[in-house]
Design a protein around this ligand. Structure first.
Ligand SMILES: Nc1ncnc2c1ncn2[C@@H]1O[C@H](COP(=O)(O)OP(=O)(O)O)[C@@H](O)[C@H]1O
Ligand SMILES: [Mg+2]
Length: 286
């Protein structure tokens, strides 16, 4: 299911004296079966942007299209419910939204809300918990007894339980240990192979370089770039300073080499590409 933003403007408190314009003339698209990373400094509007995808926020002007549903300032709650069923939304620190008495009940909540019978909801929840590698021994426990990493996985299972075609993850790796982060990347890759439309907000450019098909850069409420990571991460270094954006680690290292007169056309984005660059120099000049 593809998503399209057409000239979307958004203000918090629209029409009140406290009106705060946040998004400006956003035109962007999120193709089916691709991972789109949304990056940009804190406060650039990333979370506000993605909350338009399931109609939690409505455009003040313009239109968001999700498959064949149109979301505008006037879209009614009944239509939004049909869209929300198709969008699994994982908010920042989703573990703060766990609430049920048991892990299983928490993950069943979404499907029940979308009209599943209890037994269908239980099946759906079990599939999602297995996908997130949550051990069966935890299913009847209170989510509040678990570790932060486990709580995060349960919250994500809850968003995936209704098997949505679109999955939106708002900084899902924040605060996880390296292993938890890698598991998350693996999950994103798995979702992509299932032909889901995946939207990933991330501050970690190594993750973005590794798994994104395209990147949307937000800057002061506007789209500053929408392109493939190879293209984006080969922009002039000054652009990254202006956007207050990092390069992937390998690219940062390569820029240090460039300052020592190393020359290369494509900036290496992975450790492998960086090693190749260093080796090629070693053999030609060594
Ligand atoms: N509920 C709200 N009411 C008013 N302003 C908000 C609200 N939520 C976010 N903002 C403001 O909107 C801007 C963009 O925030 P946000 O979308 O959270 O950015 P990001 O996710 O990129 O950090 C910020 O200036 C923030 O203070
Ligand atoms: Mg945010």
């Amino acid at each position: 299911m593809a998503i399209n933003f057409q000239q979307v403007n958004f203000s918090y408190g629209a029409g009140t004296s406290l009106e705060q314009p946040i998004l400006f003339d956003i035109t962007a698209n999120f193709p089916t079966g691709q991972v789109t990373a949304v990056v940009g400094q804190t406060g650039s509007g990333k979370s506000t942007l993605i909350q338009h995808i399931n109609g939690l926020l409505l455009p003040t002007e313009g239109q968001v299209t999700v498959a064949d549903h149109h979301i505008t300032a006037n879209t009614k709650e009944k239509e939004l419910m049909r869209i929300r069923e198709k969008v699994g939304m994982v908010f920042q620190f989703p573990e703060n939204q766990l609430f049920a008495n048991t892990v299983l009940e928490d993950v069943m909540y979404g499907p029940i809300n979308f009209g599943y019978s209890r037994s269908d909801a239980k099946n759906a929840a079990e599939i999602a918990l297995k996908r997130l590698n949550v051990s069966e021994t935890l299913w009847e426990k209170s989510p509040f007894e678990l570790s932060g990493g486990q709580m995060r996985r349960i919250a994500i299972a809850g968003a995936l339980a209704s098997n949505p075609d679109i999955v939106v993850l708002d900084e899902p790796a924040a605060g996880l240990d390296p292993r938890g982060q890698q598991e998350l990347l693996n999950l994103v890759i798995e979702l992509k192979t299932l032909n889901k439309t995946v939207i990933l907000i991330s501050h970690q450019m190594d993750h973005v370089a590794q798994i994104a098909d395209q990147v949307i850069v937000m800057h002061e409420g506007k789209v500053a770039a929408q392109e493939a990571p190879e293209q984006l991460f080969n922009r002039d270094i000054q652009w990254f300073t202006d956007m207050k954006l990092d390069l992937p680690k390998a690219g940062q290292f390569a820029e240090k080499l460039r300052q020592q007169d190393w020359q290369f056309e494509q900036r290496p984005l992975t450790i492998k590409a960086l090693t190749d660059l260093i080796n090629s120099r070693g053999t030609t000049h060594g």
